[in-house]
Design a protein around this ligand. Structure first.
Ligand SMILES: Cc1cc2nc3c(=O)[nH]c(=O)nc-3n(C[C@H](O)[C@H](O)[C@H](O)COP(=O)(O)OP(=O)(O)OC[C@H]3O[C@@H](n4cnc5c(N)ncnc54)[C@H](O)[C@@H]3O)c2cc1C
Length: 435
């Protein structure tokens, strides 16, 4: 009763977004007149992407983060895993796991700018691991299913994932191929009415807790860009082994698994879209992942710069606040300027994306810059905290470890540079490479 009442209070501010959810039986709350008057207008704080509705969405999410997530983050970090089912049920019940998914499958039916607003607000969580797992659920493992999947697969996997009843993971990377996605070796061979899967996946976020995996596997001997398919793979299928939970330097509250498949049989209708189109679907899915990852890095950088300003204002050395040294306040100003530049680039890329443009180049630029800048911000801020920065008692050291991943995961910096070069027409053609 108490929980239902609280969920309702979080959901109430979303009422103006939920008109369409009447169809799926979700209670629709009345819009306040104050909100009506400003709905649809861009807010007057300089944001080029967000309207009043985006900000309301973010405020509602912040309440959940403050009450249901941040108080437990230290404990989850220490345990090396957060309770994904519990947290996702809370977020799913409040509407946050399907912001841009179709209403007939339980989503809010909004455009991708609302997902970006949610991703940005998730940066208020005091670690990188929990937001990353939420991002896998909402914008990494599910976009291809929502866009190309059959109605049956969407009802079986997408609806419970949006509701927070299932945890999703994304299975692309393997032991022998991370950056070179085209080179994956896992096979799904069609046998009668089934596919039989053999191989393995590496680095799978939420892999220890997931109910299903969006799996990329080879389904033919055609060229590497035409021989792959995406599948909805139930993680309780016979022949799946969680080989280990990987011990990592950062993102500690998010579990990361190595997984093996031995003669795993799934019905042929578990394929997402067309056989052979999986590589293309995954590349499309990666664009959203990269924009999402950029958005989720912004608030932590703002927060670290603000906390470092405050700490160095209080802390004295050589008879004056550390902040008074020009190298310190100039560096913090420089970093904040860079964060704002990244924010602007992200908003522009998202604006172009929701208007239907191909933003592969800009999404890669955003991801590259986010990786580089989050390393710069965490490293510079940690330096100004001195010995305190080197302890596990301050946020800066956690983000220093967590955000190191941003230059590696979802395509390393060098892979982003290669994509940008390709779009600039300056990437040398690899000789003898299969098309
Ligand atoms: C915590 C964590 C969570 C992850 N979650 C998932 C997940 O949920 N699902 C999933 O499928 N994968 C996941 N990954 C995998 C991640 O996407 C890969 O680690 C990443 O793509 C890099 O692949 P790799 O680790 O095999 O590095 P490699 O491919 O071995 O590359 C190593 C390094 O070589 C360099 N390099 C690579 N290619 C080039 C090039 N063309 N030019 C110059 N230099 C190059 C880069 O510096 C790169 O970092 C996760 C990884 C981590 C660490």
């Amino acid at each position: 009763m108490y929980r239902a009442a609280r969920l309702r209070s979080w959901r109430e501010p979303l009422g103006f977004l939920l008109k369409a959810t009447d169809k799926i039986g979700v209670k629709c709350y009345k819009t306040s007149s104050a909100l009506n008057s400003s709905a649809g207008e861009h807010v007057a704080n300089g944001d080029i992407l967000y309207k009043q509705e985006h900000l309301q969405l973010r405020q509602s999410l912040r309440k959940i983060i403050d009450q249901e997530i941040n108080p437990y983050v230290d404990d989850w970090e220490a345990r090396g895993q957060f309770p994904a089912h519990k947290v996702f049920k809370t977020l799913g019940s409040a509407g946050f796991l399907g912001v841009n998914k179709p209403t007939e499958y339980g989503g809010l039916g909004l455009d991708f700018s609302y997902s970006v607003a949610v991703a940005e607000e998730l940066g208020h969580i005091n670690c990188g691991g929990v937001p990353m797992a939420i991002g896998v659920q909402t914008d990494m493992a599910t976009p291809a299913l929502a866009t190309f999947g059959s109605d049956k697969m969407k009802r079986t996997f997408l609806v419970p994932t949006i509701a927070g009843d299932m945890v999703a993971c994304l299975g692309v990377s393997e032991v022998g191929s991370g950056s070179d996605v085209a080179n994956i070796q896992t096979k799904a061979v069609r046998k009668g009415d089934d596919y039989v899967i053999n191989g393995g996946k590496m680095w799978i976020t939420s892999g220890c807790q997931a109910n299903w995996m969006c799996l990329l596997a080879n389904t033919s001997d055609r060229s590497p860009h035409q021989n792959k398919s995406l599948f909805c793979l139930p993680m309780d299928a016979k022949g799946i082994t969680i080989a280990k939970k990987i011990d990592k330097m950062g993102m500690r509250s998010s579990d990361t698994a190595q997984i093996f498949f031995e003669d795993v049989k799934i019905p042929a209708d578990h394929i997402i879209g067309e056989e052979g189109a999986g590589f293309t679907y995954q590349m499309i899915q990666f664009q959203l992942e990269r924009l999402w990852g950029t958005a989720a890095a912004l608030l932590p950088m703002d927060k670290l710069i603000a906390e470092t300003s405050e700490y160095t204002r209080q802390r004295k050395a050589f008879g004056q606040p550390i902040l008074n040294n020009q190298v310190v306040h100039f560096t913090l100003a420089e970093l904040q300027t860079e964060v704002e530049a990244l924010r602007s680039m992200l908003y522009r890329a998202v604006g172009l994306y929701i208007e239907g443009n191909d933003v592969t180049k800009m999404a890669s630029m955003c991801k590259l810059k986010a990786g580089r800048l989050s390393r710069q911000v965490t490293d510079s801020c940690l330096q100004f905290w001195g010995g305190m920065g080197f302890t596990n008692e301050v946020l800066v050291s956690r983000f220093y470890r967590d955000f190191r991943l941003l230059s590696i995961g979802a395509g390393a910096d060098e892979v982003m540079l290669s994509i940008i070069c390709k779009y600039m027409n300056i990437l040398p053609q690899a000789s003898g490479k299969k098309k």
